[in-house]
Ligand binder design. Structure first.
Ligand code: SOE
Length: 383
C-alpha cells in the first residue's frame, strides 16, 4: 500500500456530481489493482459550512471557498470540476496553466468557442485531462462498443437515442441558483441539448463515428420562470425539448430525442443501432443488460437475446462480484477513475479527453443553431 503513488484531488463543487466523483475516487482502488491512489485533499465551494459538511461526510482533508486558492495549492495534483457549466472554462484554464491535471464534468463548456479555448490551453500545457461522459463505462455500453468494433453488426444503417425526463413540467418551478442552474441559460449554456443529448451524442460518436450534419427542432414549453438570483420573472433561454435527425460520416442515419416533459420518465436513456448483420439496444433503466439480435442465427432460433452483462469476460466485470450479480450507475464513475489512474501509468489519454469532448460540443452547437433557423447545419466533425 505504501508503495502506491498519490493522486491528490481538489474537487470544485459539492453537488450531485461532486458526490458521484468522490464515490469513484474512494472505491476505485478497492476493486482495481492500480499504482496510483486518489487522496481526497480538498473540496471547494462558496459556502464554508456546506463545504465542511461535504468534507466531513466524504473524507476530504480540508476545504477552500475560492477555487483560485485551491488551484494555487502545491499539495494538489488534479482539479476535478463539478460546478455549473459557466465556470468550467475559467477553472479548467487556470488549473491547466498551474500545471494541474483536469477532470471536467460534462458538457465540456457552454459553447464551441469556450470549449475550443479550453482545448487550446490544455494542449499547450500538456496536462492530463478527461471529461466525465460516464455512460461509456456502463459495462453493457462498453460491450456494445467492443461488438461493433469486432464488426458484428456489419455496415451500420441506423442509430437512434432518447433521453427522457419529466422534472421541469411545473410552471411554478423557478430557474437559476444552486439547485436549478440547469434551467438558466447563462449558467448552463443550453437545456436538454447540453445536459442530456450531449450524453447521447458522446455515446453515439464513440460507437458509430462522427456526426456530419444535423437538422433539429427545439422547444421551450414554459417561456418565463421566476429567477432565483434576481427574484424576478424572466424569460427562459434553454431548450426544454429537442429532436434532431442527422447523418453520420459512415453513411448511417441518426434520430435523437430529449425532453424534460415526458411525464413518467425520470432518466430514460436508450439507444439502438441497426446494422446489416444485427442490432444492439440498451436502456439505462435496465443498464446491466444489452439486447442483441443476430441475423446470422439459424432461422428458427432467430430473435432478440438479452445479455446479462455480469460475467467475468464482460468489460470491467472481472473486478466486481461473481457472474450473475450486477452493478449500477455509480460504478461508471468508479470505472472512469480506474481508467484515469491506469492511464497515468501508461501515459495514454483517458477518453473522452477535452479534444474528443469538443466534437460533442460541435454537434450540440449545430443542433441548437438548427433549432433556431430550421436549416441543416454541418458540424465540422470529420472522423
Ligand atoms: C440531469 O437531471 C442529469 O443529472 C444530468 O445532468 C446528468 O448528466 C445525467 O446523467 C442525469 O441527469
Amino acid at each position: 500500500m505504501s508503495a502506491q503513488k498519490e493522486l491528490r484531488i481538489g474537487l470544485v463543487g459539492y453537488g450531485f456530481m461532486g458526490r458521484t466523483h468522490s464515490n469513484g475516487y474512494k472505491r476505485a482502488n478497492d476493486f482495481f489493482p492500480l499504482e496510483h491512489r486518489p487522496v481526497l485533499k480538498a473540496v471547494c465551494g462558496r459556502t464554508a459550512e456546506k463545504a465542511q459538511a461535504f468534507a466531513d461526510q466524504w473524507g476530504y482533508e480540508s476545504i477552500e471557498t475560492d477555487w483560485q486558492k485551491l488551484i494555487e495549492r502545491d499539495d494538489i495534483d488534479a482539479i476535478d470540476i463539478c460546478t455549473p457549466n459557466d465556470s468550467h472554462a475559467p477553472i479548467a484554464i487556470a488549473a491547466a496553466k498551474a500545471g494541474k491535471m483536469v477532470l471536467c464534468e460534462k458538457p465540456l463548456a457552454r459553447t464551441v468557442a469556450e470549449a475550443q479555448t479550453m482545448v487550446d490551453v490544455i494542449e499547450e500545457t500538456g496536462v492530463k485531462n478527461t471529461v466525465w461522459y460516464n455512460y461509456r463505462r456502463v459495462p453493457a455500453v462498453t460491450l456494445a462498443k467492443n461488438l461493433i468494433d469486432q464488426g458484428l453488426l456489419g455496415r451500420i444503417f441506423h442509430y437512434r437515442a432518447n433521453f427522457l425526463q419529466d422534472w421541469t413540467i411545473s410552471e411554478d418551478l423557478p430557474q437559476g441558483g444552486e439547485a436549478l442552474w440547469r434551467l438558466d441559460a447563462n449558467a448552463a449554456g443550453s437545456g436538454v441539448t447540453g445536459d442530456l443529448l450531449a450524453h447521447c451524442i458522446d455515446t453515439a460518436m464513440w460507437l458509430n463515428g462522427g456526426i456530419s450534419r444535423v437538422s433539429a427542432r427545439t422547444e421551450t414549453f414554459v417561456k418565463e420562470r421566476m429567477h432565483n438570483l434576481t427574484g424576478k420573472v424572466e424569460p427562459v433561454g434553454i431548450d426544454d425539448a429537442c429532436l434532431f435527425m442527422c447523418d453520420f460520416n459512415n453513411g448511417s442515419l441518426g434520430l435523437f430525442e430529449s425532453t424534460r416533459y415526458a411525464r413518467g420518465h425520470k432518466a430514460l436513456y436508450t439507444f439502438e443501432i441497426n446494422g446489416e448483420h444485427g442490432s444492439l439496444a440498451w436502456d439505462l433503466h435496465d443498464l446491466h443488460r444489452l439486447s442483441y439480435f443476430s441475423h446470422k442465427d439459424e432461422g428458427h432460433l432467430r430473435g432478440w437475446r438479452s445479455i446479462h452483462v455480469t460475467d467475468g469476460d464482460h468489460p470491467y466485470m472481472d473486478k466486481w462480484w461473481v457472474p450473475g450479480l450486477q452493478i449500477g450507475y455509480e460504478h461508471t464513475f468508479v470505472h472512469q477513475v480506474a481508467d484515469f489512474l491506469k492511464d497515468l501509468e501508461t501515459g495514454e489519454s483517458t477518453q473522452p479527453d477535452f479534444r474528443n469532448a469538443l466534437e460533442t460540443q460541435r454537434v450540440c452547437e449545430a443542433v441548437l443553431n438548427s433549432g433556431k433557423d430550421g436549416a441543416w447545419h454541418n458540424t465540422g466533425v470529420e472522423s
